[in-house]
Every structure is written in structure tokens, then in C-alpha cells.
Design a protein around this ligand. Structure first.
Ligand SMILES: *[C@@H]1O[C@H](CO)[C@@H](O)[C@H](O)[C@H]1NC(C)=O
Ligand SMILES: *[C@@H]1O[C@H](CO)[C@@H](O)[C@H](O)[C@H]1NC(C)=O
Ligand SMILES: *[C@@H]1O[C@H](CO)[C@@H](O)[C@H](O)[C@H]1NC(C)=O
Ligand SMILES: *[C@@H]1O[C@H](CO)[C@@H](O)[C@H](O)[C@H]1NC(C)=O
Ligand SMILES: *[C@@H]1O[C@H](CO)[C@@H](O)[C@H](O)[C@H]1NC(C)=O
Ligand SMILES: *[C@@H]1O[C@H](CO)[C@@H](O)[C@H](O)[C@H]1NC(C)=O
Ligand SMILES: *[C@@H]1O[C@H](CO)[C@@H](O)[C@H](O)[C@H]1NC(C)=O
Ligand SMILES: *[C@@H]1O[C@H](CO)[C@@H](O)[C@H](O)[C@H]1NC(C)=O
Ligand SMILES: *[C@@H]1O[C@H](CO)[C@@H](O)[C@H](O)[C@H]1NC(C)=O
Length: 623
């Protein structure tokens, strides 16, 4: 009997090892580094059309042309990538218009003013060594025969001889005002002026400088840890999260390194099999024991808690009460991972929402969390817990009923009509302020502060007047006022709303600022009517809503959002946008506290400063 068990364990371990080693995760395979010309292409770059977008970071799509030139398109202007320096996250690029102008004998190579030679503002790349750059102005259609001879040195590209009607192209330093004004006369009305940028270097002509281009750097999350553990980096733009593709599966930041046993002799196998059998036995015994213990302790824990908090303001119901209140669970309002929510009515006529938890998770921590957090709160912007039920395996929570459902439902409503009124920015603005005040109340408690850790539209409920109320405290953490940082186990929250420090401690400590981040993402979602989180992000990160709206704010453009109908709306949306962009700063210390958020929202829009670019992964955070 025992021999039989051992043999089957050996067989099992051998079999499972072979099946494991023959399986390779398709993401890993898809993201094999590519070469273009003599350059290696890997994360954060990916070759559009040849590689999947998930192998790179949004905005890092490049193409490889037939001559082996790497082309990066910035706002539809092609730039040639001369070299990528992965180790210090930088690359040298030049406007492709100048590179093709390197042969002065063919008319084809004339620089055309139709190209936009201005480096577009981009949130993906930064100019490196800014002080080292010079602005260049280009004049087109110049008549060289009417020009002093020394100016001929500034000629670039095609000469007058090649195309008389086009004239010549001259490039001058923008700060050389004297020469610029001299040239502008000879270039006449046909001349067009376009800006470009070059890097200053000794003993190199202006044409060569244009061709050499300049350095950009990037701040997309770093690949070192993943790469050094044998993985291939990538990015899931649906959930806007870095991923490490390993041979076995997708990991969050690095692959688990196996110890690389190569020789599996028969003896070794046997020894391993024996060890496995013993371990298995031990594990099984331990498992049985802990499960038995846990089941007991679960209830002990909850009961102990209930005893300690016997003086709770809220009512304890029996399961049969709950059944009565909900008319035998007749009217289901919703369902989630936690269980189901039913509509009910108390004896005094009040409508309630009854949440029945499907199973006590962990040590009943979520349940206790919710009861403790909620029983201590009373605020107009926090949903009121009226009672709970804890009887054997049946747990339930009784809340005031919110007739207008959740903010998520409101935002996903296609028609933008709520009840019989149009969903307008005033309503959204009021909701944003209400949620901020609710959070402020939670964060500012006298003895204890409550961190919610799961702020998102789904958890904001709306009463009959669309007054928002924060709900779902299952992940909340009650901590003493003095604690400035919080430790939490595991990752909490919902993708898209989780603050960076919550999923990687490299970004800073977890604190009340983590809620501020989620709040910011939620408000951005309200401003964009869901565009930021739900819409697939395509090749360019400029289409990712926070980037997009940031660029609009900076360039002082109309925000161009639907149904902004008047100046008041515009002002409110501007306020909401600026404040939320402050809230989603990567570095928690750059985010305002929620009290400051309330102050900013209620203050004048002119007083608000624009935040720095919203980067998701700041350089300081790279390990
Ligand atoms: C590619 O080749 C060019 C010249 O042929 C050279 O200047 C450049 O440094 C090379 N790049 C790499 C990454 O080896
Ligand atoms: C990155 O390293 C390369 C050479 O290794 C260097 O030429 C380049 O200037 C560096 N970039 C930055 C931004 O320091
Ligand atoms: C620049 O000129 C060289 C030689 O004249 C040529 O080989 C190269 O392809 C040209 N570059 C481009 C981008 O056309
Ligand atoms: C070129 O691009 C810059 C920046 O994107 C923009 O400000 C400028 O108006 C553009 N010029 C032309 C001629 O399109
Ligand atoms: C990129 O360059 C800018 C400007 O020189 C600099 O402030 C920033 O620290 C650089 N970032 C990285 C990741 O090197
Ligand atoms: C260029 O300038 C010369 C001298 O001023 C003039 O004779 C000639 O007509 C001009 N050519 C064009 C194409 O304007
Ligand atoms: C010169 O430029 C004009 C206008 O861009 C164009 O129509 C003409 O074909 C060019 N001439 C030659 C010889 O390429
Ligand atoms: C990734 O690892 C490979 C070898 O494992 C190494 O050759 C390569 O330079 C590494 N790349 C980065 C970006 O660290
Ligand atoms: C990205 O995440 C979504 C949601 O978790 C998942 O469905 C999808 O398969 C992921 N894609 C990649 C490429 O990892």
C-alpha cells in the first residue's frame, strides 16, 4: 500500500515536471526581442505590426522600415531612432526629414515645409540635457543670389540649382537675431519658418547637428528585475499594469527562479519521491489540523469581537429576522464576489439593502472590518449601517437603501439621463465634493482614522437626491491616528484605481494618500465619462485619458468633453480635472490630503496650479 503511494508520487512528480517544462507561456513567446538594422528592440519598445502591443509600454510603438531604420512617430511626425540606450532609459532621435536630406543631389531629398519639424510635446519622452539644446529656425524658399556669401554656410538640404522654384533651405540658430532678420528678407514672402531643436556640440555644422538629432529619455517602468530573472517585460494596457512574462505564466514583477536541477538520476528521483511523500503526509496532517483550528477560531474571533463591542449602536438581527425583512430574499438588487444584496423593508417602513455574505472569508476579517468601520461612522456621505446578522454560517449586513444605485451605473448609462433629468456636470461636481467630504471624515477621525482602500464608482451609492455615499468597507483598515504609514497584507483594491504604492512598495508607503489616488482616478473617470479606464488604450499613451486631458489642460485648449454647455460647467470640469491630476501623482507626498482636495474643489479655479505630468512610474521609483 505505502509502496504503491510512493511509486505513484514519483510517477506524478516526473510526469508533472515534464508537462511543466514543455509548456511555455504564449506571452513570453510573443515578446521575444526583435532586431531592426543592428539594434535590438525590446521592452518598453515594440515593433508595431510585428509584435503585440502588450510586449511594450503604451506610446512606445515603433516601426522598422525596409532600410533597417527605426522610426518613432511622435504626433504623426516620423523620427529616426539612431540608438536606444536601455541601461539609462534614453534614445537618440532626429527628425526623419533631416536624415533624408543628406543627399544634396536629388530633388527628392529637399526638406519640405510640409513636415512638422517642431518636437511635439509628449508625455512619454523627455528632452535630456535641456540646457544643451538650441532652437533652430528653418527658412524655406530662399533666393541665394540675393544673399551675402557668408550666409551660404547655413544652407542645408537641396541647393537652389536642383529646384529653382523651391529655393533653398537655410537653418539658423533662433537666438542669432541679427542673421535671422537678414535672412528673412531674402527668403521673401515664399519663405516659411519652422522650428526644430538640436544638441549643441563643438566643431559640427548645423546640418550635421540636425542629422545627429538629440537625446530623449523615458520613465516607463523598469525591466531590470524581470529581465534578470529570465522574464520578458510587458504591459497590460487594459488594466494599466506592468507585467513580467515568464516561461510558466504572467508574473507581477519578476519570475520565480527555479534552482535549475539538471541531472535527475534515478536515485535522485527516488530520494525526491520519498521526501515528497513524507512532506505530503506532513502537509496533509498540518492542513487538517489548521482547518479544524481555523473553523473554530473563526467563530471564536467574531464572537469575541461582538462581545467586546456589545455596546454597538447598531442592531443585531437573527437570520429569521433578515428573512422577514427581505420577504424571503425576494428582490435581489445585485450580486458580487462577496454574496448578494437584497432589497428589504424594516418594521418601521424604512427601505433597506441587505447584504448576505456568501462565505466568511479568511478569519472573518472582512466582515469584522465592515462592521467595526461602519459602526463608528456617521456622516451624510457615508452609507449608514443599521444592523448586522451573525448566526452560525450566516452573515449579513443591513444598510440604508440607496434608490439611485451606484455611481458606476450612473456613469455607464449610455443616455446620460438619470431618472427624468439630464446627467450634468453640476451633478457630477456635487458628487465629487460629497465623496471627498465623506473620505475626509473617514481620514480625520479623532482617535482612529479609517482608510477605505477600495474607492471606485461601484462603491459610491446615490440616494434619492443623488447625494453620494461611500459604501463597502470590506477592505477598510482602521488605524490609530498616530500611524503615519500602514502595513497591509496582500494587494487590496481594484485595478485601475489602486495607488502604485499599494501594488509595489517601491513607490512609497501606504497611507491615506492611497485613498486620494483612487479618488483621483474615480473623478477623472467621472470627468471623462469612463473613457480613461474602460477604453482600450491603443499604441499611443497620449490617448490614455489622463495624458490626453493633461495635454489639453497644459496647452489651455478647450477640454472638448461632451455636454459641457456653458462657462460654469467648463470651470467646474477644469477644477475637477486639475484636482484629480494632483491626486494621481505617483509620489504619494505630491498628492494633496483629502481635506486639501475639498478646499481646492470649493475654491476658485484661478488659484489652482497645474500639477506635474501624470507619470505612472516615476524614475525615482525604479529599483
Ligand atoms: C549600428 O550601426 C551604426 C553604423 O553602421 C553604428 O553607428 C551604431 O552604433 C550601431 N548601433 C548599434 C546599437 O550597434
Ligand atoms: C546613456 O548612455 C549612453 C552611453 O552608454 C550615453 O551616450 C548617453 O548620453 C546616456 N544617456 C543619458 C540620458 O545619460
Ligand atoms: C544618407 O546618405 C547616405 C550616403 O549618402 C545613404 O547611404 C543613406 O541611406 C542616407 N540616409 C537616408 C536616411 O536616406
Ligand atoms: C507643429 O507641431 C507643433 C507642436 O505639436 C505645433 O505647435 C505647431 O503648430 C505645428 N506646426 C504645423 C505647421 O503644423
Ligand atoms: C530625463 O531627462 C530629464 C531632463 O534632463 C531629467 O530631469 C530626468 O531625470 C531624466 N529621467 C531619467 C529617467 O533619466
Ligand atoms: C533672386 O534674386 C536675384 C537678385 O536679387 C533676382 O534677380 C532673381 O530674380 C531672384 N530670383 C527669384 C527666383 O526670385
Ligand atoms: C520643384 O518644386 C516644385 C514645387 O514644390 C515642384 O512642383 C517641382 O516638380 C520641383 N522641380 C523638380 C525639378 O523637382
Ligand atoms: C536582460 O538579460 C539579458 C541576459 O539575460 C542581457 O543580455 C540583457 O542585457 C538584459 N537586458 C536588460 C535591459 O537588462
Ligand atoms: C490584461 O488584463 C485583462 C484583465 O485582467 C486580461 O483579460 C487580459 O488577458 C490581459 N492581457 C494581457 C496581454 O495580459
Amino acid at each position: 500500500m505505502y509502496r504503491c503511494v510512493i511509486v505513484s508520487i514519483i510517477l506524478y512528480s516526473v510526469l508533472s515536471r515534464t508537462t511543466l517544462s514543455s509548456y511555455v507561456d504564449p506571452h513570453y513567446l510573443a515578446c521575444e526581442p526583435q532586431t531592426c538594422g543592428n539594434q535590438s528592440i525590446r521592452y518598453p519598445f515594440y515593433i508595431q505590426g510585428k509584435q503585440q502591443p502588450f510586449c511594450g509600454y503604451p506610446g512606445f510603438a515603433i516601426s522598422c522600415d525596409s532600410n533597417g531604420f527605426l522610426i518613432l512617430s511622435l504626433s504623426n511626425t516620423p523620427y529616426i531612432i539612431h540608438q536606444i540606450f536601455y541601461h539609462n532609459q534614453s534614445l537618440r532621435v532626429s527628425n526623419a526629414a533631416f536624415s533624408s536630406a543628406n543627399n544634396t543631389n536629388t530633388p527628392d531629398s529637399c526638406i519640405s515645409a510640409a513636415h512638422n519639424l517642431t518636437l511635439p510635446p509628449t508625455s512619454t519622452f523627455n528632452l535630456v540635457h535641456q540646457n544643451n539644446h538650441k532652437d533652430i529656425v528653418l527658412f524655406f524658399g530662399c533666393n541665394l543670389s540675393s544673399m551675402p556669401l557668408e550666409l551660404l554656410d547655413y544652407r542645408i538640404g537641396c541647393s537652389e540649382a536642383t529646384n529653382k522654384t523651391d529655393g533653398s533651405v537655410l537653418a539658423l540658430y533662433k537666438d542669432d537675431v541679427k542673421t535671422v532678420s537678414l535672412v528673412s528678407k531674402s527668403c521673401g514672402t515664399g519663405g516659411e519658418v519652422v522650428d526644430a531643436v538640436v544638441e549643441e556640440s563643438e566643431g559640427v555644422g548645423i546640418e550635421e547637428k540636425l542629422r545627429r538629432g538629440f537625446m530623449l529619455n523615458w520613465t516607463a517602468s523598469d525591466c531590470k528585475l524581470c529581465n534578470s530573472t529570465g522574464g520578458r517585460c510587458g504591459f497590460n494596457s487594459t488594466i494599466f499594469t506592468f507585467q513580467c512574462y515568464c516561461t510558466d505564466r504572467i508574473h507581477a514583477s519578476k519570475c520565480v527562479i527555479s534552482d535549475g536541477r539538471s541531472k535527475a538520476s534515478m536515485m535522485m528521483g527516488l530520494a525526491l519521491g520519498l521526501a515528497a511523500a513524507v512532506t505530503l503526509l506532513l502537509v496533509m496532517v498540518t492542513l487538517y489540523y489548521t482547518r479544524w483550528k481555523k473553523q473554530n477560531s473563526k467563530h471564536l474571533l467574531v464572537d469575541a469581537f461582538l462581545e467586546r463591542h456589545g455596546h454597538l449602536q447598531i442592531k443585531r438581527y437573527s437570520y429569521s429576522d433578515m428573512k422577514k425583512v427581505t420577504n424571503s430574499f425576494k428582490n435581489k438588487l445585485g450580486e458580487g464576489g462577496f454574496g448578494s444584496v437584497y432589497k428589504g423593508q424594516l418594521k418601521d417602513g424604512r427601505h433597506v439593502a441587505v447584504k448576505i455574505l456568501s462565505e466568511l472569508k479568511g478569519d472573518g476579517e472582512d466582515f469584522i472590518n465592515e462592521v467595526v468601520s461602519m459602526s463608528r461612522t456617521s456622516h451624510v456621505n457615508i452609507v449608514a449601517l443599521l444592523g448586522f446578522c451573525f448566526q452560525g454560517s450566516k452573515q449579513g449586513l443591513v444598510y440604508e437603501f440607496m434608490p439611485n444605485g451606484s455611481l458606476e451605473k450612473l456613469l455607464s448609462d449610455e443616455n446620460d439621463v438619470i431618472g427624468d433629468r439630464q446627467l450634468d456636470y453640476q451633478t457630477l461636481y456635487d458628487i465629487a465634493i460629497g465623496v471627498a467630504k465623506g473620505l475626509e471624515y473617514l481620514h480625520k477621525g479623532c482617535n482612529t482614522r479609517i482608510l477605505h482602500f477600495d474607492i471606485k464608482p461601484h462603491n459610491i451609492l446615490l440616494d434619492e437626491n443623488f447625494c453620494p455615499k461611500i459604501s463597502d468597507f470590506g477592505l477598510a483598515k482602521v488605524c490609530t491616528r498616530k500611524e503615519s504609514m500602514v502595513s497591509i497584507s496582500g494587494t487590496r483594491g481594484t485595478a485601475g484605481y489602486i495607488a502604485p504604492e499599494v501594488f509595489s512598495r517601491n513607490f512609497g508607503v501606504i497611507s491615506h494618500k492611497s485613498d486620494v489616488y483612487s479618488y483621483g482616478m474615480m473623478v477623472l473617470e467621472m470627468v471623462g465619462r469612463r473613457r480613461n479606464i474602460k477604453t482600450e488604450v491603443d499604441a499611443s499613451s497620449e490617448t490614455y485619458f489622463p495624458y490626453w486631458i493633461y495635454n489639453r489642460l497644459v496647452s489651455n485648449q478647450e477640454l472638448g468633453l461632451q455636454s459641457i454647455s456653458n462657462e460654469f460647467d467648463n470651470e467646474k470640469v477644469r477644477k475637477l480635472t486639475i484636482v484629480s491630476l494632483w491626486c494621481i501623482q505617483t509620489n504619494p507626498s505630491n498628492r494633496p490630503s483629502i481635506s486639501k482636495v475639498v478646499e481646492m474643489l470649493e475654491g476658485r479655479v484661478e488659484l489652482l496650479q497645474l500639477p506635474p505630468k501624470p507619470f505612472w512610474f516615476s524614475p525615482s521609483a525604479s529599483p
